[in-house]
Design a protein around this ligand. Structure first.
Ligand code: PGA
Length: 220
């Protein structure tokens, strides 16, 4: 398993390739001493070129997709299959609340996605919005991301996140992440050795390289 703290940057549908490239170069330069793991999730069109750039500049960032298809390769226009990105991506986010809400992703669909990821050798970062959500078999990394906290500047309380993390750990041996309005000031309050291994940072504080670097520095 990757080293903790585990800090994930989810860019969602933001930035052009030139902006992604310069973000990657700046983050790689400024975080090279970070003892944990930084996982970068650019938009899907940039996965292959981000992978090449990571190699070219000898960056220690790891690459993740933000989602994958529930289908295997085939006649599914507009989709991309786990087997098509396995050479680039170590991880894929699956089950983000924006996917569940905007694309009607059911628990069945999410199980299929997890299965495809695992078969291809990609580790799912499985998002749940509460302890009630089903967690598919073989998931090892669970991100607790309450909807009210995403993009609102209104994070859950560290005490509640710890309580949820304990309940999630009763369901399996997961690495637990917290996501939702994490910033440089509050990041440390969510990390708890053996309980909460990392954080997932969305558009609020991962797009601006300076804000993201400050989070990584304070997480160390
Ligand atoms: P936020 O998003 O950091 O912008 O609140 C979190 C997420 O969507 O994972």
């Amino acid at each position: 398993m990757s080293k903790s703290p585990f800090v994930v940057a989810n860019h969602k549908a933001n930035k052009t390739w030139e902006e992604v490239r310069s973000w990657l170069v700046e983050i790689s330069n400024e975080t090279s001493a970070f003892p944990g793991t930084i996982v970068f999730c650019p938009s899907a069109p940039f996965l292959a070129s981000t992978y090449s750039e990571i190699k070219k500049i000898n960056s220690s960032l790891q690459l993740s997709a933000q989602d994958i298809s529930k289908f295997e390769q085939g006649a599914y226009t507009g989709e991309f299959a786990a087997t098509q990105i396995k050479d680039f991506c170590t991880y894929s986010i699956i089950g983000h609340s924006e996917r569940r809400a905007n694309f009607n992703e059911s628990e069945n669909t999410l199980s299929q996605k997890v299965k495809n990821a695992k078969t291809a050798g990609i580790e799912p970062i499985f998002c749940v919005q509460s302890v009630e959500n089903e967690i598919p078999t073989d998931v090892k990394i669970v991100a607790y991301e309450p909807v009210f906290a995403i993009g609102t500047g209104n994070p859950d309380t560290p005490a509640n996140v710890k309580d949820i993390a304990k309940k999630l750990k009763e369901k399996g041996e997961f690495m637990i992440l917290y996501g939702g309005s994490v910033d440089a000031q509050n990041v440390k309050s969510f990390l708890e050795p053996t309980l909460i291994d990392g954080v997932l940072i969305g558009a609020s504080n991962s797009l601006d390289p300076k804000k993201f670097i400050a989070i990584v520095q304070n997480a160390a």
